[in-house]
Ligand binder design. Sequence first.
Ligand SMILES: NC(=O)c1ccc[n+]([C@@H]2O[C@H](COP(=O)([O-])OP(=O)(O)OC[C@H]3O[C@@H](n4cnc5c(N)ncnc54)[C@H](O)[C@@H]3O)[C@@H](O)[C@H]2O)c1
Length: 265
Amino acid sequence: MTDPSQEAFTGARCLVTGGARGIGRALAAGLIARGAAGVLVADRDAAAVREAADALGAEPAVCDLGEADAPARLVAEAVERLGGLDLVCSNAGVLCADPDPADATSADDAAWDLSWRVNVMAHVRLARAALPALRAADGGRFMLTVSAAGLLTMIGHAPYAATKAAALAFAQNLAITHGDEGIAVSVLCPQAVRTDMLNATPRPEAAMAEAALSVEETADAALDGVAAGRFLLLPHPEVADYAQRRAADLDRWIGGMRKLRRTQG
Ligand SMILES: NC(=O)c1ccc[n+]([C@@H]2O[C@H](COP(=O)([O-])OP(=O)(O)OC[C@H]3O[C@@H](n4cnc5c(N)ncnc54)[C@H](O)[C@@H]3O)[C@@H](O)[C@H]2O)c1
């Protein structure tokens, strides 16, 4: 019997942002392993994205997606180099911590601005530019890498939690508005994944100790979910339970998070 999760990407033309390393690189590798016809990996880190593309058999593109016109240029380049676009993995993101974990307002405006441009506007601008190509594709797909922080929160990271929540809200609008056009939208909301981003958090060892997934496990769960046409992709299934508890009683949930913050010291 054929496996639909393997077949869904056969011959697909794919764009993966933040593809030089981490989850993005694993998504690109997974797509190639599942028979994608072409994958363009985009990243602001020129040397790393060229190395990744070489190693994977993908095409590299260097761009800073935090710049307003970069997403449209990137989509045009992808359509030209791949001959169209069936899947966009809008995955690049930045993590800004609160410099003073005892002050949720301590990140400066530059950190908030960067988080907004990369974690929210890059998705909006990529989607805006990619919609015509995805409509023209036979079953176009758009996956946003958000985070469990967008469904729940992330203690000590106000700009990250707020912009990931905004990205999730945008993804819902995208899915509702464009589903009837045959465009399937998915959001990937993992908790800890073993990447450079996780290593840069103030207490990576704590996150690592708690069920941190490998990038390969995360990408496999993501691609299986995209292939199945699911909106919400949770590589850590327990996140569904946390989100339900939060939705059922937000006051109680805030109380629980305050307790957790105290225990984190
Ligand atoms: N690692 C985790 O624990 C975790 C958990 C949940 C969600 N995420 C999300 O997964 C996505 C990938 O993160 P990762 O953990 O693989 O991180 P990573 O730091 O390993 O990789 C992120 C890549 O994105 C690129 N990038 C960042 N800003 C960019 C920009 N403006 N333009 C172009 N490229 C840019 C970086 O150069 C880097 O190669 C992010 O959106 C992140 O928020 C990560």
